[in-house]
Structure formats: C-alpha cells, structure tokens
Write a protein that binds this ligand. Structure first.
Ligand code: ATP
Ligand code: MG
Ligand code: FE
Length: 346
C-alpha cells in the first residue's frame, strides 16, 4: 500500500509518500516547504505567519512530492496527517487539507501523533523498530524519554523536561549570542571551532536527589546569559565558538547520560534518538560512543529525517495500517496538546 503523509504542526509544510513493506516503510519521495525565514526576524515561530504559509504551500508541496516519487493521486491507498501536538492554526490547515484529499480520492484517513512521527522517521532508514525500544525525543518543543512497546499504539513517557526543551535552549542561546534562528544548526556548526571544555556550564537535574529521567535546560540558558553579561562588564570579548561548544557539551552530556542510564536500568537494548536536535553532530557522536560502551544498539535517522517532514507522518501511518488501525472519523480535528500516548486519533 502507498501512504501519503502530511505534516503542518509547526513551520514546516511536509508531504511524503511511503510504501508499506515487510521490511518497514520505504520512502518513495517527499517535499518540505519551510516558513522558517519569515520567522527569523522575530526569533521564533509566529503562529499566524506559520498558518498562512501552510495554506500557500500545501498544494505545491503535495505536487512536488508526487513528482519526486513518480506517482499520481490514484496510486495513494491511505493518508496520514499530523493531528497534534503543535500550533492550533497550523494543525488545522493540515487536517483540513488531508480530509479534502481523502474525500476526493476516496481513501481512509489516519490522524496521527507528531511525536510518534519523529520516532517513526527512523524506520524509513533502518527498518522496523525492535521493541521495546527507548526513544530520546529531542526537538523544538519536546525533550522526552519514551518507552516504545509498539510504534502503532503503545508509547509511554518515562521522563520529560521540567522547563525548556533542548531545541528551545539552542534557539534561546543563539539569540543571546546574536546568531540566527533556528539556533541549533548554527551553534552545531560554530561549536566545531570551539573548545567544549572552555567553560564549565551546569548540567541540569544531575544531582543525587534529582529525578533520574527528567531534564532541565533553563538553568543552563541562564548560566550562558550570566557568562555573556559578566564578560561584557569585564570588557572581555566573548569567544562565540567556545560558548557554543561548551553549551552544546552541557546539553548533549546530560541527554546521552540519562538516556543510557534509563536503557540500562529498564533493560532495554535498543535506543532511538529522534527529533530536530537529533540532527546535531555532537549528540550523534556522543550517543554512539556511550551506547557502544554500554552495549546498547543505537539508531538515529539521517539529519534530513530528524527535522519535521511528511514522510515521518506517513511512516506512523504505515505502522498503524500494518497493525490494522481503524481510520479516523469525519470529526477528526487538530489537538495542540495531544499526549504522546495517543498515537492514532479516532
Ligand atoms: P516538536 O517536534 O517538539 O513539536 P518542532 O517540530 O518545532 O517541535 P523540530 O522540527 O523537530 O521541532 O526541531 C526543531 C528544533 O531542532 C529547533 O529548536 C532547532 O534549533 C533544532 N535543531 C535543528 N538542527 C539542529 C542541530 N544540528 N543541532 C541542534 N539543534 C538542532
Ligand atoms: Mg521547524
Ligand atoms: Fe517536530
């Protein structure tokens, strides 16, 4: 079966075409349009701008995905769309478009969870996910440790950030340093020229009394702000690459340490790192090193599949379809606060 996936939860309009196979979903073609540049001067996503951009980009992006896959609408057997979590207006555009296509082509529609999509992205590259698996989901809005027993229906949160998400910390620190939005890719690049041991920034929630599987990044962001302020008061020039490398080391040190600890303590042998921050070079390298040392198998999708896209939504749809999931009803609507445990929305 061929699935069309539609993603509009934030500032990427993503459309992907995927074939459901025994070896997992196969990516046939995809297209992504981003309104990122329109938000850059505001330092973060402006919901109204994102909704309008989705509206304008939807039809051309669907056409581009079909062209790249060499397919036509009549080849589509089912549609999967992001039903949440995300921005209300942005989700609405995707769900409305998906309903219209499903009605016009007379195919079933599945409203699915964006976060399950980030995890499912890995199956496009590495095949079916062995379960149980432990997923570290690190994105612009989320930082969670998830126990995945079934990608199509059973995902349990075992830890989460108590304040900022990891990607949000990257974006805020980039702003403090006067760098462009989104901050993750810029800091990732600049950190390559810096010394990760130059400044010892705090590792949040790593004390003996702290919750083992939860995260905190707002103290780290404040520490970076203080460091910059102090340097300015002292008349010192801030070494931007050193700050980037040291900040990044603090983030990925905590992320990888807690993930490996959770996998070992819960007896889970497979670790997946997913979400936009999983594109980070240092996170990928340190996760690989620490998982190997602990005897864990690590799976990370290629960077292009880590950030928001429609193929990952089609990949969840593929898992749901293979598990015999019931299509969503005509009342399907976007849910900005959809919990990660709800993979398929009725
Ligand atoms: P969510 O998935 O939680 O709803 P989102 O969809 O906005 O949020 P993603 O698109 O998954 O988030 O990821 C975007 C985030 O990833 C941004 O915060 C961005 O700075 C960060 N990011 C992207 N590339 C990198 C990188 N190479 N290093 C670190 N962070 C990165
Ligand atoms: Mg985005
Ligand atoms: Fe996302």
């Amino acid at each position: 079966a061929v699935l069309l996936g539609i993603e509009t939860s934030c500032d990427e309009t993503g459309v992907g075409l995927v074939r459901v196979g025994a070896d997992g979903p196969e990516l046939l073609g995809q297209a992504v349009a981003s309104s990122q540049d329109e938000h850059a001067r505001f330092g973060g996503v402006v919901p109204e701008i994102a909704s309008r951009a989705h509206l304008e980009a939807m039809v051309p992006t669907v056409r581009a995905a079909f062209a790249r896959a060499g397919l036509e609408p009549r080849d589509v057997d089912a549609i999967a769309v992001t039903a949440g979590p995300g921005l209300a207006g942005a989700l609405l555009v995707g769900v409305a478009a998906a309903k219209a296509y499903a009605a016009a082509w007379d195919v079933p529609l599945f409203g699915v969870n964006h976060l399950a999509g980030h995890v499912a992205a890995d199956t496009l590259e590495h095949g079916p996910l062995p379960t149980p698996a432990l997923a570290l989901l690190v994105s612009g809005g989320h930082t969670q440790l998830l126990r995945v027993d079934d990608l199509a229906g059973s995902i349990t949160e075992i830890g989460t950030t108590i304040d900022d998400a990891a990607g949000e910390a990257y974006d805020k620190v980039a702003r403090l340093l006067g760098l462009s939005y989104p901050g993750g890719p810029v800091i990732d690049r600049l950190a390559g020229d810096g010394d990760p041991a130059a400044i010892r920034f705090p590792r949040g929630l790593t004390g003996p009394q702290d919750p083992a599987y939860d995260f905190s990044f707002s103290g780290l962001k404040t520490a970076v702000a203080r460091y910059i302020e102090q340097a300015e008061r002292d008349g010192r020039v801030v070494d931007v690459p050193d700050v980037c490398a040291s900040f990044q080391e603090a983030v990925v040190d905590v992320l990888t340490a807690k993930t490996v600890r959770a996998a070992v303590e819960l007896g889970i042998g497979t670790v997946v790192v997913a979400g936009g921050v999983a594109a980070n070079g240092r996170l990928r390298a340190l996760a690989q090193q620490r998982c190997a040392a602990a005897g864990l198998t690590l799976r990370v999708p290629r960077p292009g599949l880590c950030t928001d896209n429609g193929a990952m939504i089609a990949a969840v749809g593929a898992a749901v379809l293979a598990a015999g999931g019931v299509p969503s009803g005509p009342a399907l609507t976007g849910n900005p606060g959809l919990p990660v445990a709800t993979v398929l929305v009725p």
